[in-house]
Every structure is written in structure tokens, then in C-alpha cells.
Design a protein around this ligand. Structure first.
Ligand code: NAD
Length: 249
């Protein structure tokens, strides 16, 4: 299927996990892909393996984010899809009882402020084109009391959800669709790192997933490609769940 033929897509957090799987899927669907990641080595390796242009950038920097979208339009003439996906899980125990202000701020900066910066940079460019699709990675934890004891992470993803809804409504008549992607637990380095710190957490989490397993990154990428494509032409301001039934249980 080549639903993104001729389209130009920017993917942040492209060097690993969901981002990398989506770069592959976008490529397979015919898109020209710009990979963005703060990890220069992994990003360059990913672009060499999968194809596409790599731009090393920290998505918490307004200047660098603006530079990514300016360079994309300069190189390829347009930007049709922005998958604002880079994110981190909190470094330590993220309970309200223990999380310090610095840790809280860092998670908001990488998970939420970055999405604001990417939307701020890409929307004026999409407005000029009269079309665009933005997919912001939130999480199932933004929609439910997940009892993850991850206060800064959950709050950051709730912000992504609310911002995406707001922007989706604001720009619906201008041809720009904005959706929040809400994955359930996905087998990626981010999740593995979290479970390595607390092995029992994996078992506790699995119990709550009706499908009884974690998602493969490719299953999330398939949903992102759908949202990016014209097949999702009437979908905006949505909370797009890809969670194995976790939030329905
Ligand atoms: P990952 O750790 O495999 O990949 C994240 C990528 O983002 C890495 O390549 C990292 O270098 C990059 N990154 C981190 N900070 C950055 C910055 N400041 N600037 C640019 N790049 C940066 O993680 P993943 O599991 O693929 O997660 C991707 C997104 O999906 C995140 O937003 C995460 O919160 C979200 N998510 C993940 C899960 C899950 O279970 N894995 C579930 C729901 C939502």
C-alpha cells in the first residue's frame, strides 16, 4: 500500500522504538521521511539502514525544532505529516510522594513542551499548503487512572492529549488534522528500561491488558500511517487508542 506516495513526513524520536518502526512504515507507504532524534549516532544509523534524511535535534529547543521544519521545507518543498513522538519515561520513582521539581520539569519539557514547539513550527507551514496531518504521541495513561505511579509522565501525556484536541478543533477548517495517538504498553527500549528497574511491573501491567501481551512497535506504526494518510480524512481531534483493549477493560 502506498498511501503516502509523494508526501513528506517528519518523525521525531525516529532512532528507536515506535518512531523507528513508523519511519519504516512511512517509507514502505511511499513517503519521503525526515528522521529527527537527539541521539546522533542512532539517528544516523537508522537513516542509513531505513532511508531518509536524518537531522540531529533536541526537540526541547525552539531553535532546533524550527530548524528541522525549515530545513525540511527547504529540501523537499513541503511538509505533509508531522509525527511528534519523541519522549522519555521518568528517571526514577515518579510518584507524587517522591518526584522532585527538576525531574517533573524535565519530563514536561521533553514530552509536552516539545509537542508544543513542533506544532508551533509546523502549523504555519501546513496552513500555507492548506493541508497537513499531525500525530502527537500521548499514551493510554492520559485517559485512565493507570495506577502507574508516574505522575509527571501521566500529566505530560494528558497535556499532549488536550493540546491535540484543541489544535484539531482550531484548524479543522484549514485542512490540518491533529490527532493524539494513545498507545498501550509497547515493547520498545523505553518500556524495557522501565521494567528492568522493576521486573514485577511487567507482570502487573500484563494482567490489565485484555490481549495479554504488549504491542509490537509495528502495530503502532500501522495506526500512525493510517492517521497520516487520506484514509483518515475525517478523523481529527481524536484520542486514537491502540492499546490492546486496556482502556476498555
Ligand atoms: P524509545 O525510548 O524507544 O524512543 C524514544 C526516542 O526519542 C529515542 O530515540 C530518543 O533518543 C528520542 N528522544 C528522547 N528525547 C529526545 C529529545 N529531547 N529530542 C529528540 N529526540 C529525543 O521510546 P518509545 O517507546 O518508542 O516511545 C516513543 C513515544 O511513545 C514516547 O513519547 C513515549 O512516551 C510514547 N509511548 C510509549 C509507550 C511504550 O510502552 N513504549 C506507550 C505509550 C506511549
Amino acid at each position: 500500500m502506498q498511501r503516502l506516495s509523494g508526501r513528506v513526513a517528519v518523525v521525531t524520536g525516529a532512532a528507536s522504538g515506535i518512531g523507528l518502526a513508523t519511519v519504516r512504515r512511512f517509507r514502505d507507504e511511499g513517503a519521503t521521511v525526515v528522521l529527527v532524534d537527539v541521539d546522533e549516532k542512532a539517528g544516523a544509523k537508522a537513516a542509513a539502514e531505513v532511508g531518509g534524511r536524518f537531522i540531529a535535534a533536541d526537540v526541547t529547543s525552539e531553535e532546533q525544532v524550527e530548524g528541522v521544519f525549515a530545513a525540511t521545507v527547504e529540501a523537499f518543498g513541503r511538509v505533509d505529516v508531522a509525527f511528534n513522538n519523541a519522549g522519555i519515561s521518568p528517571p526514577d520513582d515518579d510518584s507524587i510522594l517522591t518526584t522532585g521539581l527538576d525531574a517533573w520539569k524535565r519530563v514536561q519539557e521533553v514530552n509536552l513542551t516539545s509537542v508544543y514547539l513542533c506544532c508551533k513550527a509546523v502549523i504555519p507551514r501546513m496552513l500555507r499548503q492548506g493541508k497537513g496531518s499531525i500525530i502527537n504521541t500521548a499514551s493510554f495513561v492520559a485517559r485512565m487512572g493507570a495506577a502507574t505511579s508516574q505522575i509527571s509522565y501521566t500529566a505530560s501525556k494528558g497535556g499532549v492529549l488536550a493540546m491535540s484536541r484543541e489544535l484539531g478543533v482550531q484548524f479543522a477548517r484549514e485542512g490540518i488534522r491533529v490527532n493524539a495517538l494513545c498507545p498501550g504498553p509497547v515493547d520498545t527500549p523505553l518500556l524495557r528500561e522501565l521494567f528492568a528497574k522493576d521486573p514485577e511491573r511487567a507482570a502487573r501491567r500484563l494482567v490489565h491488558i485484555p490481549m495479554g501481551r504488549f504491542a509490537h512497535a509495528e502495530e503502532i506504526a500501522a495506526a500512525v500511517a493510517f492517521l497520516a494518510s487520506d484514509d483518515a480524512g475525517f478523523i481529527t481531534a481524536s484520542e486514537f487508542l491502540v492499546d490492546g483493549g486496556i482502556s476498555g477493560a
